[in-house]
Design a protein around this ligand. Sequence first.
Ligand code: ADP
Length: 294
Amino acid sequence: SIVVLGSTNMDLVAYVAKAPARGETVTGREFRTVPGGKGANQAVAAARAGAEVSMIGAVGADDFGVRMRAALEHSGVDTDLLRTVEGASGTAHIVVDDEGGNAIVVVPGANGTVTSLDHGDEALIGTADALLLQLELPLSVVVEGARAARERGVRTILTPSPVQPLPPELLAATDLLVPNEHEATALTGETDPAAAAKALLQQVPEVVVTLGAAGCLHAVRGAEPRTVPAPRVRAVDTTAAGDTFAGVLAVALTEGRPMPEALAWASAAAALSVQHEGASTSMPYRAAIEAALA
Ligand code: ADP
């Protein structure tokens, strides 16, 4: 099984021809609310891909919280250890313009209250095959979760997003780091993905750098980094492509698939997700991934 320790955010998306400048008001074309947050997105991707998935995190005591919990459960994610806390759920306020560019304000809300784990959380992590982590919860609990997993021999997979300097104790408890190209550069100062991956290998044993339409780059100690091309598709909305990739990669690895095969699964799922609008709503189910791979 897979445990996700991470964020839930309601994405509040306004579609507009051109984003407003400071002091300006513009009329938008459309508004949508979509359950998101990197943690919840990875949980949905993994559950739809066929794994048993549990989510540790928090939603607020508001309508968004009710809806986000229901959305997770609808995709098959166990939310028994997803807390409901006083105050607002996490929200992401997103303005998407006609060129597909976006500007985002994330207000952590309930996510910010998840500062430590209790015995129940640690026990659940101990039963998992893999723990998925991102950086949208307080860093203290991310470190605590990674350590709890490491102590119990559970594989840890970290998406370093939103990117920030990673404490040595987090890196020391990370088995697989999955940054996108921009994050890999921010973490290392290297603009070339292969050089960035090699630099990261000094701190973690295995790295997969995602490269958008160009696929991904796999690097492991003792071998040359290897590029895996992405399926050629018409991308409509690449939101949460990275979360789909990480969630499905975790599923394939916990099924015992070797890394090249697991990367093919993750790439196929991510390519399916970018062909439709919506983030978590566009993530593929297992049958679709298998059909794409066949
Ligand atoms: P993020 O969403 O975190 O910025 P990327 O843009 O690198 O991450 O995308 C993650 C993965 O999603 C890629 O490695 C690739 O497998 C897939 N992907 C993203 N964009 C496309 C695309 N246009 N065509 C096919 N696959 C894509």
